[in-house]
Design a protein around this ligand. Structure first.
Ligand code: AMP
Length: 114
């Protein structure tokens, strides 16, 4: 298994866990870009956002629900936060296991920088 996030899900690589349930794991990004930077991943291996088209929509809903839970746990739900989902090379995806970035704890600025 060469997927780093699968290995984190399996407990083979340590992480700073923020939230877990039967289908989802959330943990701190190892190179945070904001005071709050947490990754939300499905426990099942899905390579990228395109893979969501072929999965049970209930899993997609569970992931979205987990984003809100993570924001609450991280204390940014009220002030606000940003969710980023990079997909593919031009989307800036580096790890080939679907993940959402939850970023907050400061004003996040413009949505996209040139
Ligand atoms: P992306 O560019 O959207 O694929 O984002 C991948 C993210 O995974 C980056 O923000 C990395 O800092 C993060 N990352 C890579 N390895 C680890 C790890 N072992 N634990 C936590 N975060 C990681």
């Amino acid at each position: 298994m060469d997927c780093i996030f699968c290995r984190i899900v399996q407990g083979e690589i340590p992480c700073k866990e923020v939230y877990r349930d039967e289908h989802v794991l959330a943990f701190k990004d190892i190179h945070p870009k904001a005071p709050v930077h947490t990754l939300v991943v499905p426990r099942k291996h899905i390579p990228d956002a395109n893979g969501l088209a072929g999965v049970d929509p209930v899993l997609a809903a569970r992931l979205l629900s987990a984003l809100a839970k993570v924001a609450e746990i991280e204390g940014v739900a009220e002030k606000g936060y940003r969710v980023i989902l990079n997909c593919g090379p031009e989307g800036g995806q580096e790890v080939g296991h679907l993940h959402f970035h939850v970023l907050g704890g400061r004003p996040m600025g413009p949505m996209v920088c040139r």
